[in-house]
Design a binder for this molecule. Structure first.
Ligand code: AHR
Length: 569
């Protein structure tokens, strides 16, 4: 369950432009010219025309596939890519929980104890490692007692953060744990530090985890769960610098110490190996406000005594481009595609910056950097409640997801958990639902294709990535990671960012004897192609074009594609 420490990893990514001439095009033209019937040629003029065309082809800019050389030495392994970086986030927000997960036991939509069967089946295929709940900003206004007990006696409250709608509390503690059980994920519970008390949070954890016949333990039993629940991760507040109470770093540190001390996990199974890991609120950007925040928490951590501890520092970073988010999630072109990808690649610098601060205070990397809110945040879909954060999910988001997962993998030593925002119907979702209908998004398919990277061992990739340029934006043409799974099989994930040109990868593989390779690729007709309820298969993975020749892997990448390949030895 717990995220782990990892050994040193080596990343050798070199990016440089590589251009290839259009020899192939000129060859075709030459054959066509010489095979034209003589009589059809209008004498010397035709010959001149043909050879002029050949000349033009030789000097024309490259239009064929770009070639990118890549090398992987499978004997050089790095850190474990913790499966928790594929974590999800499900907040009481819009239709994320209600309708997305919970339809209630009396619904005509097929469900198990109120939880949608179609959604559970889709999520099981992702092997979701953990789910962060109940927020987000919602967490700091959530009072757990409203969400337990007989359904018809649950308190109806408000959700002022997200549309000001009523919160029926029909999806509470037991329903969340049942949902996790059904999809096979661990619990990442965010406790209320903003408007709650240490006592309230401590009692929630006692209710969840004690196996003793305390009043709270008996109440849990009476509510249908005699055994203690496992809570893998505890989030101590959410964005306490803003919606979580606009605290100063020092004020938050004093709260952190109290909550870390008193909010205990009593589950006997979690006293030794499976200990609950405590995650403190961390930064939300890269300016001085955020670096000061990281400094303050990590400095306090360095000086911590036996009475309190943390195992993770949260970081939130959305790809919005501007605030308030105004990029549209569909109906955009190459300009917005390249801009958003440029913004999302800033995740690399953000992680490097905060990791460097963490290294100062925690050189042994005991505290994980937990990117527990990330993903694209666009303008609300027209006609939707702006407080519900509804947006479509396109091929651009598939590329964005792959680039971020690659960044997390390259920082696997420090980044040992991440949670995309959010799981269903909110922001960069895996799944969209509309009453009984459900559709998987391009982002869903990236997470599915990346399943083999869960807990795999990072293998450094050396790469001449080339460049994809649009206007004044210059991005790496290709991004790639590699890893070895527990069975020793080598996996590569390669993204072609260029929306116009295919790429031919020639990968030299050392440290293994490559015999065959298979893979899947995810591309789409347009950068803003989406899956809809009426056309759910516009963006779905297809077999990738792979070949092993002389121990080298040849791979053709479609424009704007994500490809995952396994190499058989
Ligand atoms: O994911 C939506 C919101 O974004 C979360 O509630 C909050 O933590 C963040 O600002």
């Amino acid at each position: 369950m717990a995220f782990t420490l990892a050994p040193n990893s080596e990343v050798t990514t070199h990016r440089s432009m590589r251009q290839f001439s259009s020899l192939w095009t000129s060859k075709v033209l030459f054959v066509k010219c010489s095979s034209l019937p003589k009589r059809a040629l209008l004498g010397a003029f035709s010959f001149v025309l043909c050879f002029a065309l050949i000349g033009m082809a030789l000097t024309a800019p490259a239009i064929a596939a770009e070639k990118v050389a890549l090398s992987v030495d499978a004997s050089k392994t790095g850190a474990k890519i913790d499966r928790n970086i594929f974590g999800q986030f499900a907040e009481h927000l819009g239709h994320g929980i209600y309708e997305g997960i919970w339809v209630g036991p009396d619904s005509a939509i097929p469900n198990t104890r109120g939880i949608r069967n179609d959604v559970v089946a889709a999520l099981k295929a992702l092997r979701v490692p953990n789910v962060r709940w109940p927020g987000g900003c919602f967490a700091d206004e959530y009072h757990w007692r409203k969400g337990i007990g007989p359904a018809d006696r649950r308190v109806v409250s408000l959700n002022p953060n997200w549309g000001g709608v009523t919160e029926p509390n029909t999806f509470g503690t037991h329903e969340f744990m049942d949902f996790l059980d059904q999809i096979g994920a661990d619990a990442y519970v965010s406790i209320n530090v903003g408007s709650g008390t240490p006592r309230e949070a401590a009692e929630w954890l006692e209710y969840l985890t004690t196996d003793q016949p305390t009043t709270l333990g008996k109440e849990r039993t009476a509510n249908g769960h005699p055994g203690p629940y496992e809570v893998g991760y505890l989030g101590i507040g959410n964005e306490s610098w803003d919606c979580g109470g606009n605290m100063t770093p020092d004020y938050y540190v004093s709260q952190l110490k109290i909550y870390s001390r008193f909010v205990r996990n009593f589950n006997p199974e979690q006293q030794d190996k499976q200990q609950m890991l405590k995650i403190a609120v961390g930064p939300g950007g890269d300016g001085p406000r955020w670096t000061d925040w990281t400094e303050a928490i990590m400095k306090a951590y360095q000086q911590h005594t036996w009475s309190w501890d943390i195992n993770g520092l949260s970081m939130h970073s959305y790809t919005a481009g501007q605030w308030p988010p105004s990029y549209t999630s569909v109906g955009f072109g190459e300009t917005e595609y390249s801009q958003i990808l440029k913004f999302t690649l800033q995740m690399e610098d953000l992680i490097s910056k905060h990791s460097a601060i963490m290294d100062k205070y925690d050189p042994q990397k005991k505290v994980a950097l937990v990117v527990d809110e990330w993903g694209a945040w666009y303008a609300p879909s027209p006609g939707s409640n702006p407080g519900f954060l509804v947006q479509q999910n396109s091929q651009r988001d598939a590329i964005l997801a792959a680039l971020n997962l690659n960044i997390f993998a390259r920082h696997a030593e420090r980044v040992r958990m991440a949670n995309i925002a959010q799981m269903i119907n909110v922001l960069q979702a895996m799944i969209l639902t509309d009453k009984e209908k459900m559709v998987m998004t391009p982002t869903y398919y990236v997470f599915k294709m990346y399943v083999p990277f869960q807990d795999a061992t990072f293998v450094p990739v050396s790469l001449d990535a080339g460049a994809y340029t649009h206007g004044d934006i210059k991005l790496p043409r290709v991004d790639a990671i590699a890893a070895k799974d527990k069975a020793g099989k080598l996996w590569l994930a390669i993204t072609n960012l260029d929306p116009n040109q295919p790429v031919e990868i020639e990968a030299s593989l050392t440290g293994i004897t490559a015999r065959s390779a298979v893979g899947e690729t995810l591309t789409a007709p347009k950068v803003d192609s989406v899956n809809t309820f009426d056309a759910p298969n516009t963006v779905v993975p297809k077999p990738a074009s792979t070949k092993i020749q002389g121990g080298r892997l040849a791979l053709k990448l479609e424009p704007k594609s994500v490809t995952v390949v396994s190499v058989e030895q």
